[in-house]
Design a protein around this ligand. Structure first.
Ligand code: 5GP
Length: 139
């Protein structure tokens, strides 16, 4: 039985949405609280709570759908640019624990920003974290 997240209920038509696209693995619709005109959510039908739990088939389908949707959104809205944002975990800003990507168009007049405060990578830390991640990848 499919786990009933909010997005599963939208996918199954229990909750109405402005649907844009659907195939065997993914479903796309307009965000109910858009940051800009055309703000879209691309959701995996598989109700994985974060991307590290997602199957390779669903991940591949999302990878294929993102450029298709992005092109259509750009063309239909006249956006000059767009951000693709994907949150995983409540602490990272995820409010619906079901894998989804935001496609957020940017217009000349857009004011929305994503806070980003980068610091230069420390060489010692860079080496140790790269080693640790490579080790996990090889497990
Ligand atoms: P998150 O914060 O988890 O990355 O994004 C969840 C998104 O889902 C939010 O941008 C929110 O506006 C959107 N959302 C929440 N509930 C609904 C709903 O019932 N319908 C639609 N279309 N979007 C929703």
């Amino acid at each position: 039985m499919t786990e009933h997240t909010l997005f599963t209920r939208i996918i199954e038509g229990e909750i109405p949405c402005y649907k844009l696209y659907e195939n065997e693995y993914v479903f796309a619709f307009l965000d109910i609280n858009p940051l800009s005109k055309g703000h879209t959510l691309l959701v995996s039908k598989e109700p994985a709570p974060s991307i590290d739990h997602l199957s390779q088939d669903s991940a591949a389908a999302i990878g294929k759908a993102l450029p298709i949707l992005s092109r259509a959104i750009k063309e239909a809205t006249g956006a000059i640019a767009y951000n693709i944002i994907q949150n995983n975990g409540r602490e990272a800003g995820m409010t619906v624990p079901h894998v989804h990507f935001h496609i957020i168009p940017k217009y000349k007049e857009s004011k929305h920003v994503f806070t980003w405060e980068p610091k230069a990578l420390d060489a010692t830390e860079g080496k140790s974290i790269a080693d640790a991640i490579q080790l996990s990848l090889n497990e």
